[in-house]
Every structure is written in structure tokens, then in C-alpha cells.
Ligand binder design. Structure first.
Ligand code: ADP
Ligand code: MG
Ligand code: MG
Length: 215
């Protein structure tokens, strides 16, 4: 049975990069309506650089395979070192916490829960956004809630599917909100009707995990 090992997390990050490449124009259009239009480029360029870093690291070595978080750490470092916008460092923090939680050879449900919850806490520590402020917290918070009630035995694949579904429901709800944090707060009422770009990014992150593992 395939488990959520380092090969899985590397594939997850590569699928995340591919899904952002495929949706960059839409992400850009969203941030043009509520922000400064750079979100798609920030995320896409960060993930392109991450894929290059994963390529340089080569196939997962037996030693590195001992830690499911290795590839997550690679991507987190790229984001913290040089991805712009508000979202770059926030995605960097989220991925850092996921990587730190995935110290074992397999990213199991407990590690996933600890990583995403730690990521939410880190994002909120830095950005001070609460649920309902129309930020990426509105996707991350419901994903953590879904994992909180998710039994260990279902395995990472099912747990990630639950988290992803909850995140996308959160994304959908951001369209009704008026932003209270970040650049989108400047456009006020005119932003209503537009989903939060960063929340969409979190939705893409979580749905990119899907369909590969049990474990
Ligand atoms: P910038 O506004 O600096 O150009 P980006 O376009 O890269 O940043 O990212 C915008 C996204 O960042 C928003 O859609 C929102 O999800 C997220 N964001 C902005 N401010 C905060 C905050 N204080 N806390 C959490 N997320 C935030
Ligand atoms: Mg922007
Ligand atoms: Mg910007």
C-alpha cells in the first residue's frame, strides 16, 4: 500500500506547482480585483523555483526518505528566502510547520493535523488575521477543523480530501466577506463578490495532495 512518504510529499509539491501554473491567470485576475495583481506571479514563480530546487535535490535518497517533510522543507525555504508579496512568507511559514511536523518517514494524519494547525498558528501570529477577515486563514482554519475531527485510521489521503473540501468551502465563503486585513481591505465594499486569492492558493495546495496515498 503506498503511504505518504517523502516521494508522496515531493509529488504533492510538484502537483501544487503544476496546478498553480495552470491557474496563474485566474489568480492574477483575482488579485487585480482586490489587490495589486501580483499574487499569481508570486505563487507561480515561487513554485517554479521550488521545482528547480527539488530537481537539484534529485530523487529521494534513502537517508532523506526517512523524513516525509524533506521536500516540504525545500519548498518552504524557497518561499521564506525570496518569494514576494504578503503571501510568500505566509506560505513559507505554513510549509515550514508542515515540514517540521513531518519528521517521521510517513506523513500520517496526526502529523498532517499538527503541521497544518501549527501553520495556521504561525500565519495568525504574523498576520493577525482571524477567520472572517477574508484572508487565506478562511481556507486554512476550516481545513484544520476538518482534520481535528478526522480519525487517524482513515489515512492521510482521505484526511487531505476532507481538509481540501473544507478549505474550498471556506474559499467560496470569502466571496461574501469584506476584507479586514492586507491590501484587499483598501478596496472595501468593491471587493465583495470576489473570493480571496490567498485562500484560493491554500485550496490549490490542499487539493494538489489528493488521489495518491493511503497511510
Ligand atoms: P500583497 O498584497 O502584498 O501583494 P499577495 O498578493 O502576494 O500580497 O497575497 C495576497 C494574499 O495574502 C491575500 O489574498 C490574503 O489571502 C493574504 N493575506 C494578506 N494579508 C494577510 C494577513 N494579515 N493574514 C493572512 N493572510 C493575509
Ligand atoms: Mg498582491
Ligand atoms: Mg504585492
Amino acid at each position: 500500500i503506498p503511504v505518504a512518504d517523502a516521494a508522496f510529499t515531493e509529488g504533492w509539491m510538484r502537483r501544487f506547482a503544476a496546478s498553480v501554473r495552470a491557474t496563474e491567470a485566474e489568480l492574477t485576475a483575482l488579485d487585480q480585483r482586490v489587490g495589486d495583481g501580483d499574487f499569481g506571479t508570486n505563487l507561480r514563480s515561487g513554485l517554479d523555483a521550488s521545482v528547480r530546487a527539488l530537481d537539484r535535490a534529485g530523487p529521494v535518497s534513502p537517508a532523506a526518505a526517512g523524513r516525509a517533510g524533506g521536500p516540504l522543507r525545500t519548498v518552504a525555504t524557497v518561499f521564506l528566502d525570496g518569494v514576494g508579496g504578503t503571501s510568500g512568507p505566509l506560505f513559507g511559514l505554513l510549509l515550514t510547520e508542515l515540514a517540521l511536523a513531518a519528521v517521521g518517514p510517513v506523513l500520517d494524519v496526526a502529523a498532517l493535523r499538527a503541521g497544518l494547525t501549527g501553520g495556521l498558528a504561525a500565519v495568525q501570529r504574523v498576520g493577525e488575521a482571524r477567520p472572517g477577515d477574508k484572508t487565506l486563514v478562511d481556507a486554512l482554519y476550516p481545513a484544520c477543523e476538518a482534520l481535528r475531527v478526522c480519525p487517524e485510521q482513515v489515512g492521510s489521503r482521505v484526511a487531505l480530501a476532507h481538509a481540501s473540501r473544507a478549505a474550498w468551502e471556506g474559499v467560496r465563503l470569502t466571496a461574501r466577506l469584506r476584507a479586514r486585513r492586507g491590501r484587499a481591505s483598501y478596496v472595501g465594499e468593491r471587493g465583495r463578490g470576489v473570493p480571496d486569492p490567498g485562500a484560493v492558493g491554500v485550496g490549490l495546495l490542499l487539493s494538489s495532495a489528493g488521489g495518491v496515498v493511503t497511510g
